[in-house]
Design a protein around this ligand. Structure first.
Ligand SMILES: C[S@@+](CC[C@H](N)C(=O)[O-])C[C@H]1O[C@@H](n2cnc3c(N)ncnc32)[C@H](O)[C@@H]1O
Length: 291
C-alpha cells in the first residue's frame, strides 16, 4: 500500500519535473527566436485536447502536425486514438526535433519549414492526410502566407479533411475574403480555452465542395460576414479597453507619486523655516495686521 503510494508520488514528481524541463526548453527557444516560437510556454493540456478533439482518429490517412514543439498536442492526438505511426511531425527547431524523436519514436519527425508544405512533405505522405493540425504562430505571418498555407493543406488532405489551427486571437486567423476573392471553406471555432495561458481558441477549416458553395444562400454569406465583422469589432473593443485600463493605471500611479512628492516638499519647506524665524513672522503679522 505504502510502496504503491510512494511509486505514485515518484511518478507525479517525474511528471512535474518533465513539465518544468519542457517549459525551460520552450522559454529558451522563445528567447532565441521569439517570432518563430510564437509563445513563451508550451500549450496546456486543455488547449491540446481541444485541438485533438477536431481530429477523427477513424479517418483515413496520416495526421500531420505543424510546429509540434515539445509535443503537448502530439500527446493529445495519441490519447485521442491516433496511432503514433500515423503521425508526421514537421518542426523547424532542430532541438525540438531531437526531443520529439526521443519522445515519439514511432512517429515520423521532419525538420523543415511548415510554410512550404509541398516542398517539405514531398514524397513523405503515403496517401492524402486525414487532418493537418497546426500550432504555427500564424498571426506573425502576412495574410498571403496564411492563405497559401491553407490552400496547400487542402490540396494534401482527403476530402473533408480538417486543417486545425489554434490562435491567441479571438477571431479566425485566416480571413474569408482575401484580395477581393472569397475563400470557400467551412470554418468552425471552438469556445475560448480560458484555462490556457494565454487563453486561446481553436479553428477548424474544411474545403467547401462545389455543392456546399451552391448551397450557400446569399443570406448565409451576409450573416457570415456580419458575424465576422462583429467579431473584429469585439476584438478591437477589447484591445482598446485593455489599452485604456493600462493608461488609467499608469496615470493614477503617476498622480499618486506626484502627490507624495509634493507632500514631501511641503513638509520639508515647513521644516526648513527655523522656529525663531517663524516666531518673528507671527509677531510681525500681529503688529501689522493689515500687511
Ligand atoms: C506556439 S509554438 C507551439 C508548440 C506546441 N505545438 C505547443 O502547442 O506547445 C510554435 C511551434 O512552431 C514551430 N515553428 C515555427 N515556425 C515554423 C515553421 N516555419 N516550420 C515548422 N515549425 C515551425 C516553433 O519552433 C514552435 O515549436
Amino acid at each position: 500500500m505504502r510502496s504503491q503510494k510512494n511509486q505514485d508520488l515518484r511518478g507525479h514528481g517525474a511528471r512535474v519535473l518533465g513539465k518544468f524541463a519542457d517549459e525551460a526548453k520552450f522559454f529558451k527557444a522563445w528567447v532565441e527566436k521569439p517570432g518563430l516560437t510564437g509563445a513563451v510556454s508550451p500549450s496546456g493540456r486543455f488547449l491540446a485536447r481541444m485541438m485533438a478533439r477536431y481530429v477523427d482518429p477513424a479517418a483515413r490517412g496520416p495526421v500531420v502536425e505543424l510546429g509540434p514543439g515539445t509535443g503537448p498536442v502530439t500527446q493529445a492526438l495519441i490519447q485521442r486514438g491516433v496511432a503514433p505511426e500515423r503521425l508526421v511531425l514537421v518542426e523547424y527547431d532542430p532541438d525540438f526535433c531531437k526531443l520529439l524523436a526521443r519522445r515519439f519514436p514511432r512517429a515520423l519527425v521532419i525538420e523543415g519549414d511548415a510554410y512550404d508544405l509541398p516542398g517539405t512533405l514531398a514524397g513523405m505522405l503515403s496517401e492524402p492526410a486525414a487532418a493537418i493540425v497546426s500550432s504555427l504562430p500564424l498571426l506573425n505571418k502576412p495574410e498571403d502566407e496564411r492563405v497559401r498555407l491553407l490552400r496547400d493543406a487542402f490540396g494534401m488532405m482527403q476530402p473533408g479533411g480538417r486543417f486545425v489551427q489554434f490562435t491567441y486571437g479571438m477571431i479566425s486567423p485566416i480571413p474569408r475574403k482575401h484580395k477581393g476573392e472569397t475563400l470557400h471553406f467551412i470554418a468552425d471555432g471552438s469556445p475560448a480555452v480560458w484555462l490556457n495561458l494565454p487563453p486561446a481558441r481553436v479553428f477548424s477549416y474544411q474545403a467547401a465542395t462545389e455543392a456546399d458553395v451552391k448551397k450557400l444562400k446569399p443570406a448565409d454569406v451576409f450573416i457570415g460576414k456580419l458575424r465576422e465583422s462583429a467579431g473584429r469589432v469585439k476584438e478591437e473593443f477589447r484591445e482598446r479597453t485593455d489599452r485604456m485600463q493600462s493608461e488609467i493605471r499608469l496615470a493614477t500611479a503617476k498622480a499618486k507619486q506626484d502627490l507624495r512628492a509634493r507632500r514631501r516638499k511641503a513638509h520639508n519647506d515647513n521644516k526648513s523655516i527655523p522656529p525663531l524665524e517663524l516666531l518673528r513672522k507671527i509677531g510681525e503679522a500681529r503688529r501689522n495686521p493689515k500687511r
